[in-house]
Design a protein around this ligand. Structure first.
Ligand SMILES: Cc1cc2nc3c(=O)[nH]c(=O)nc-3n(C[C@H](O)[C@H](O)[C@H](O)COP(=O)(O)OP(=O)(O)OC[C@H]3O[C@@H](n4cnc5c(N)ncnc54)[C@H](O)[C@@H]3O)c2cc1C
Length: 244
């Protein structure tokens, strides 16, 4: 882990959805990252004005290259630039990877429940990739709440990875469902959430990530249902969007 700013070179930029892009960064001397960590990106304008934002790492343990996935917020200061304007060959200042709490380690013995709201799936994807690459046999289950099928990150990869007995993925669509989906779009409720997560009696470690209100609401439901607070780890991306 490094707390110093250093230079990262953009080595790839692939659209993930209409409003998001996965960006590959090469950082000299980087020694991979732990699944769930994030980096800080600092942009500096010609007049010296700087803006710093955090982005979770989507990949795990890839030496000098890591990937982030940025969702563009209309009127945002930094995300539209990263999604639309940043080009391969450009350089950025980054700090990290940082974070030791919202992290899954291949030596962790417990089953894992991942709960994502929208772009909150990014650090959870890093955990899924690390888990699949490891010998760790524990069960992983992802509950992914998103507006529509088109808004899903890593769609093809998640479909393929679901073939592994180590991973189950449950989707919840809040505004539009895929063709042939058995139910209408709906908000996630405590009842539907609890019917689609690993039960408390198998002692899962739970990782919840997304916009602040989403994370707080879901955490409260889990705690009220008897999941020990110490087994729940959360990452808040900011914003006020709740369960919509
Ligand atoms: C640890 C951490 C990891 C993160 N990882 C990711 C990631 O992997 N991918 C990603 O796309 N973003 C991630 N974020 C969010 C990211 O840091 C920025 O907040 C986001 O890109 C908006 O920046 P901006 O400069 O475009 O918008 P700003 O100019 O900062 O904000 C524009 C408006 O949007 C609101 N807003 C700010 N953040 C959010 C948000 N997350 N959702 C909705 N509204 C918001 C603000 O209140 C403001 O009204 C992460 C945040 C944290 C703290």
């Amino acid at each position: 882990m490094s707390t110093l700013w250093r230079v990262a070179e953009v080595v790839s930029g692939v659209p993930e959805t209409e409003s998001s892009r996965t960006i590959g960064l090469r950082v000299d001397g980087l020694n991979g990252n732990l699944p769930g960590q994030h980096i800080d990106i600092r942009l500096t304008a010609d007049d010296g004005y700087t803006a710093v934002r955090s982005y979770s790492v989507a990949t795990a343990g890839m030496d000098e290259i890591l990937e982030i996935t940025v969702d563009e917020l209309a009127n945002g200061e930094v995300s539209p630039y990263l999604v639309r304007d940043l080009m391969v060959g450009d350089q950025l200042e980054i700090r990290g990877p940082v974070g030791g709490w919202f992290v899954w380690r291949p030596t962790d013995p417990n089953p894992v429940q991942l709960i994502a709201g929208g772009s909150g799936v990014v650090p959870l994807m890093s955990m899924i990739r690390a888990h699949e690459a490891s010998e760790n046999p524990s069960q992983f289950r992802l509950l992914y709440s998103l507006k529509s099928p088109e808004a899903g990150f890593y769609r093809e990869e998640l479909t393929l990875r679901q073939e592994s007995p180590k991973l189950t993925v449950d989707y919840f669509y809040t505004r539009k469902v895929p063709e042939g989906w058995p139910s209408a779009p709906k908000r996630l409720t405590a009842e539907t959430l609890l019917a689609n997560v690993l039960p408390a009696d198998v002692s899962p470690d739970t990782f919840i990530c997304g916009q602040t209100m989403f994370v707080e609401t879901v955490t409260e439901w889990m705690v009220q249902a008897g999941y020990p607070t110490a087994s729940i780890k959360t990452e808040r991306f900011g914003g006020t969007g709740g369960i919509r």
